[in-house]
Design a protein. Sequence first.
Length: 378
Amino acid sequence: MPSSVDMYRDVQNKSSMAAVLPQQKPNPGEETYTYSSQPRAVPQRKKFRNDAGQPPIDPNGPAPFGNIMWDKRVVRGNTYAQHTLPAAAQPDPIEIQRQQEQRRRMIARKRAKEQLRPRSPDPVEGRKHIDVQTELYLEELSDRVEEADVEVQTDSFLDRPPSPMFIPAKSGVDVDTQIYEGDLFDFDIEVKPILEVLVGKTIEQALLEVMEEEELANLRAQQRAFEELRNAEHVEQQRLEEQERRHREEKERRMKQQREVLKKQKETADKIAARAFAQSYLADLVPSVFGTLADNGYFYDPVERDVEQGFMPWLMDRVCEQLNKSELGRLVVDGMIREIVAARSQAYQALSEKLKNEKLMEEQAKSLHAEDQPATTE
């Protein structure tokens, strides 16, 4: 099936051929229509586009001018002296090597990204991919690529301006003619390419959709098969991991049991050796030790031990208790005697005072009686 580009090219060729062929006027005269314009020079194309902030340059107007003192491309200073860099500005070999290595890594990363970029799928059997123009304007296609050598000399430190958008050069010869309305239009002929394009595009789109559905179905089938295989491998991996874990745990358990058995055997052997050594060492030591302990009184009579530790302390406690009671009785009797003696002493003192007072009164009475008797005698 022809592509849309070929169909469009055929339509353009037919239109061009129809435009080139002379057309007869419906008037009865034999004169042809001609057109001419004032000749003028073709304006020269600019090499670069105008900047965003500058007005467009009129080719017929005066040429723009600028001050070279502000031009960055003009070198300052004399032109015969050699421009040398100071010692501090000399490039470092290590820094240059590092920059080169970084540039190589960047190029390798860019290549890897280009390789990982999704590409168009391979064409199906019986078809092939072709390049189709998608620009808004058509460009003349030719087998031989036009080449031109252009040389220019600029300063080494001048920044390269941004690349202008590619605009193909105009090709072909302009031919014009006078065509009246309805002269070249034939609906059956003119609509045929359009219908071919529409039908072809519809069929192509339908085929693409069918192929896409088949491809998606194949991809889903491959995905399901891959997922089933992956799940089976995952289950097998888990089974092997579980088996390996059980083997490892069994191995560790057996090794632990063997270590415990060896440890117990070693402890048993050490105990047996220690017991044999103790028996051989204490064979001659036991009689002498028992004799020394018996001499020091460590081996005692049970009855004597019971009397010393059981009966004698109880007896001493009872004796101490009786002595305490008798001491308490003596203290009580002494207090009573002391109180009685104090009471008798007070009574004796009061009685002696009374007797002294009576005796004193008798003496006073006798003295008074004696004084009264001589006076009576006289």
